[in-house]
Design a protein around this ligand. Structure first.
Ligand code: 8YV
Length: 331
C-alpha cells in the first residue's frame, strides 16, 4: 500500500526524518539549498504535508498549485513567510514552533545585547588584527548593562524571558511597549513597566526588538525613531529583518547618533546592507538566535509532530489556523 508523501524543504536532523518515515514517504532536500518557488511547487506535487523554514514563501499560489497539500509546518515560531489567510481560504493548515525556543532565544538576545554594549566583536577584531600593543584605561570602554534601563519592543513569550533576565539577573529597570499590555501579575513577575513607544525610545539605554514582522511593524525603527533614542543607547534586533530600516541604522551608527547595534536579522537576508559591514560599532550574526542543537532539534521535532498528529488524528499541536479544522480544511 502506498503511504502518504511529505516534503522536508531543508536538511534536518536524521532522527526527525526517521520519526516522519514511520508514517510517511519522506522526500527531503538534503542538498539544503533554498528551493526556488518553482522548484518548491514541483517538489510538493503529490505531497500532503511539508516541513518548511523561514526561507520558503508559502502562499495562496503554492496552495493552489499543490492541491493535495493539507499542512505546512514551519520550523520557526515566526511565520511571516506564510500567508495564513490565503492558506486558510485554501483549506491548508499552518503550524509554527512556539515555546520550545523561548529561553534559548532569550539567552541569545541577552548575549547579543551584552556583546553590543561591551563592544565584544569590535575588540576581538582589534586583537586578532595584531593591533593590541598596549593597554589603555579607556580601551573599548562600552556602556553599562547592569542597573541600566532595558527597553523591550514586543512583549510576547521571548520578550518576557528577556525581561526576567534583565530584571532578576542584572538589576535592570525594564520598560516595554507592546500592542496589548500584559496582565498585572505577569508585569510584576517580569518587573516590567508598560510605556508608550515614544517613552520607550527616549528612556531605554538598551532597546531590544522582539516583535513579529508584519505590514504594521515594517520599519518600526527608522531614522525618525533612532533620532529619539539616547546617543549612548544600543539597539538589538533578534526579531525579523524589515522591522529596522537597515540603511537608516547604518547611517546612524556611522554618525554615532546611537552608540552601537547588535543584529541577528536583516532586510533581504542572507544579504546584508553593505554599509552595515563597514561600520565598526555593530555586532552581526547570521540569524542564529534559536541555534542550539537541543532547541533546533526540538523545533524540527515539534514541526514533525504537528504533521504526524494532524494527518493521523486531525489534532495538530500548535496550529495557526485551527479554525479551519472541520470547517473548510482539505480532506
Ligand atoms: C528560525 C526564527 O530558526 O523561529 C523563528 O522565528 O527566526 C528562527 O528560530 C528560522 O526562522 C528558521 O526557520
Amino acid at each position: 500500500m502506498t503511504r502518504p508523501a511529505i516534503l522536508i524543504t531543508r536538511k534536518v536532523f536524521p532522527d526527525v526524518v526517521e520519526h516522519l518515515r514511520q508514517h510517511f514517504d519522506v522526500d527531503h532536500n538534503d542538498a539544503d539549498g533554498v528551493l526556488s518557488p518553482a522548484q518548491l511547487i514541483e517538489r510538493l506535487q503529490g505531497k500532503v504535508g511539508a516541513l518548511t523554514t523561514g526561507s520558503e514563501r508559502i502562499d495562496g499560489a503554492v496552495a493552489g498549485a499543490c492541491p493535495q497539500l493539507r499542512i505546512v509546518a514551519n520550523i520557526a515560531v515566526g511565520y511571516n513567510n506564510f500567508d495564513v489567510p490565503a492558506l486558510s481560504a485554501a483549506g491548508v493548515l499552518a503550524t509554527n514552533t512556539p515555546d520550545v525556543l523561548t529561553e534559548t532565544t532569550a539567552d541569545f538576545g541577552f548575549a547579543l545585547l551584552m556583546a553590543t554594549a561591551r563592544r565584544l566583536t569590535e575588540s576581538e577584531h582589534f586583537l586578532r588584527a595584531g593591533q593590541w600593543n598596549r593597554w589603555a584605561l579607556d580601551m573599548f570602554a562600552g556602556a553599562e548593562v547592569h542597573g541600566s534601563t532595558l527597553g523591550i519592543l514586543g512583549m510576547g513569550r521571548i520578550g518576557q524571558a528577556i525581561a526576567r533576565r534583565g530584571a532578576h539577573g542584572f538589576g535592570m529597570k525594564v520598560i516595554y511597549h507592546n500592542r496589548s499590555r500584559l496582565d498585572a501579575a505577569t508585569e510584576a513577575e517580569c518587573k516590567a513597566r508598560y510605556v508608550d513607544k515614544a517613552t520607550l525610545l527616549r528612556e531605554a539605554d538598551h532597546l531590544i526588538l522582539v516583535l513579529p514582522y508584519s505590514a504594521e511593524s515594517h520599519h518600526a525603527i527608522g531614522a525618525a525613531e533612532i533620532a529619539q533614542m539616547k546617543p549612548t543607547a544600543t539597539l538589538t534586533n533578534i526579531a525579523r529583518g524589515g522591522i529596522v530600516d537597515d540603511a537608516a541604522l547604518a547611517a546612524a551608527l556611522k554618525e554615532r547618533r546611537i552608540a552601537a547595534a547588535g543584529l541577528d536579522v536583516f532586510e533581504g537576508e542572507p544579504k546584508v546592507h553593505p554599509d552595515l559591514l563597514t561600520v565598526p560599532n555593530v555586532v552581526l550574526t547570521p540569524h542564529i538566535a534559536s541555534a542550539t542543537i537541543q532547541t533546533r532539534r526540538a523545533m524540527a521535532m515539534l514541526a514533525a509532530d504537528n504533521v504526524i498528529d494532524y494527518l493521523t488524528t486531525g489534532q495538530p499541536r500548535t496550529p495557526l489556523n485551527a479554525d479551519i479544522i472541520g470547517k473548510g480544511a482539505r480532506p
